[in-house]
Design a binder for this molecule. Structure first.
Ligand code: NAP
Length: 337
């Protein structure tokens, strides 16, 4: 369908409008950027608002499962997504997290940390999930002083040093492999003896001479004075504890949804706190859609891959566009009557 879809011609409801768009995409990972791309191609006046650019895709050391683009650094793939959206002139506001989403008249209005206020008929939430914390003594104290949640961001600081990675999923194993290309030695601490990660990574980790597996083990404390000097590790089978000297600890134990923020909007959540979406990525709130890692519920096949996030973003945009067309018809009828 061609041409401006025309919402801006219609009288608004009671919203105290600041900046006004037809659609706001919150989040600029693969889901949000794809939603923005598709909305722009439907000529929907769209803005992207995000705390960062590229989401978890941007911090993936190397992506080798996005079809057609083999072995691409996550940051480069993220740049490609961003440039594709920018080609359509969609504004992308970065570094300003959204703090509230509220209904005002017939629009949804968001507010950001810096006090920016933007209203639109549609909001697509593609905010991903937050890194899970270990919650052990020393973790908070040494963030930025040896404790990290991002190997690509902080890995280069550990050249020829000894580091530990905690976790047994794809993030932990890809981080361990990346860190092994920089650090002198990498301990991979995992609470079981088998991995959730893809076999392709497990094989690479097992055959890397710089990576030592510490299995059936959990980190009980992060040790140090001004910065990290070691970790206390307990074997869950034997109960035996030991200290491993390390300069850094990379915590890669998955992620969690921002439950409190989502509840404050009035969204229906699933048991784990992800947004319950319908097959078209719509939610219990008319005009709010969700896609990517933050989407859950009985219809979501949670796979947390770049390609599935992008696919969900496209579906959310298409459903949002159809929703906008319905609003336009209703408003046309109203203005005639
Ligand atoms: P994940 O798949 O949920 O794995 C989390 C890992 O951390 C699991 O091995 C889990 O142990 C462990 N864990 C969880 N809580 C823990 C705790 N409190 N203490 C110790 N260990 C704990 O998370 P992820 O690795 O961050 O990956 C997130 C998603 O992104 C996944 O869907 C993944 O496939 C995707 N991803 C894909 C790629 C790719 O190359 N395609 C790369 C990175 C991430 P258990 O195994 O015992 O549960």
């Amino acid at each position: 369908m061609k041409g401006d879809w025309g919402m801006s011609r219609f009288r608004l409801g009671v919203a105290r409008v600041g900046e006004r768009y037809d659609a706001i995409v919150v989040g600029a990972g693969p889901a949000g950027l794809t939603a923005a791309l598709y909305l722009a191609r439907y000529n929907v006046k769209t803005v992207v608002v995000s705390k960062d650019l590229g989401g978890n895709m941007a911090i993936a050391p190397l992506v080798d499962d996005y079809p057609g683009i083999p072995e691409v650094p996550g940051a480069k793939l993220a740049d490609m997504f961003v440039n594709h959206v920018k080609k359509y002139g969609v504004p992308i506001i970065v570094g300003d997290p959204v703090t509230s989403v509220k209904r005002e008249g017939d629009m949804w209005c968001i507010e950001t940390e810096s006090g920016r206020r933007i209203c639109a008929y549609v909001v697509i939430l593609a905010i991903g999930a937050e890194k899970r914390k270990l919650n052990v003594p020393g973790e908070d104290r040494f963030v930025g002083k040896g404790v990290s949640y991002c190997a690509t961001c902080d890995g280069p600081l550990f050249k020829d040093k000894v580091v530990a990675v905690v976790g047994g999923g794809n993030s932990a194993l890809t981080s361990a492999l990346y860190l092994a290309s920089i650090a002198r030695k990498v301990y991979l601490i995992h609470r079981r003896d088998s991995f959730k990660a893809f076999p392709v990574y497990v094989e690479k980790v097992k055959s890397n001479p710089k990576i030592e597996l510490v299995l059936n083990s959990i980190v009980t404390e992060i040790l140090g004075d001004k910065k990290v000097t070691g970790i206390r590790v307990r074997n869950v089978d034997t109960g035996e504890e030991r200290v491993i000297d390390v300069d850094g600890v990379f915590i890669e134990i998955g992620s969690e949804p921002p439950k409190d923020f989502l509840k404050s909007i009035g969204l229906e959540l699933d048991e784990e706190g992800y947004i319950a979406v319908n097959p078209d990525m719509s939610t219990n709130l008319p005009g709010i859609f969700a896609c990517g890692d933050v989407a859950g519920g009985k219809y979501a096949y949670r796979f947390e891959q770049i390609i599935t996030a992008a696919a969900e973003g496209a579906i959310a945009a298409d459903a949002a566009y159809k929703y906008l067309l319905k609003i336009r018809s209703a408003k046309t009828e109203e203005s005639r009557g």
